[in-house]
Ligand binder design. Sequence first.
Ligand code: NAG
Ligand code: NAG
Length: 117
Amino acid sequence: MNSKIVFALFSLLAISIAAQGATTINCNKSGVCNDANCGKSGKVENWQVSGTQCVIADCSQLTITGATISTNACTSCNSNSKPANTQANSSNTACIAKSNAKLLVASATIAILALLF
Ligand SMILES: *[C@@H]1O[C@H](CO)[C@@H](O)[C@H](O)[C@H]1NC(C)=O
Ligand SMILES: *[C@@H]1O[C@H](CO)[C@@H](O)[C@H](O)[C@H]1NC(C)=O
């Protein structure tokens, strides 16, 4: 493999690791992860502690009827099968995709570097 390909693969790996890291939310206050600290997470409190951060315990609770959710909850439930960054819609009842400026910038950077090398 030439260095161009190795570099492109490495960059892709780095980006996918960074994207996965977005699933924990930095909202615990003295170790407490709840709706008051992190934002609505379904019909009932649905946050759990993950290390020093918080994460949604059950992402399926975000889509049940009558659930109220927050952008934090949507962000926490980003996953490999749902890679687009998501945010709550304006009535806080569904997670919708938002354009990910960081990923766009990162892929543009890779494209430019690949041309240069
Ligand atoms: C988050 O929770 C952990 C304990 O699980 C605690 O050590 C840490 O200080 C907490 N972070 C904040 C900002 O309170
Ligand atoms: C948010 O999404 C839900 C589920 O798709 C939909 O029923 C609701 O009307 C949406 N709210 C707004 C303000 O678009």
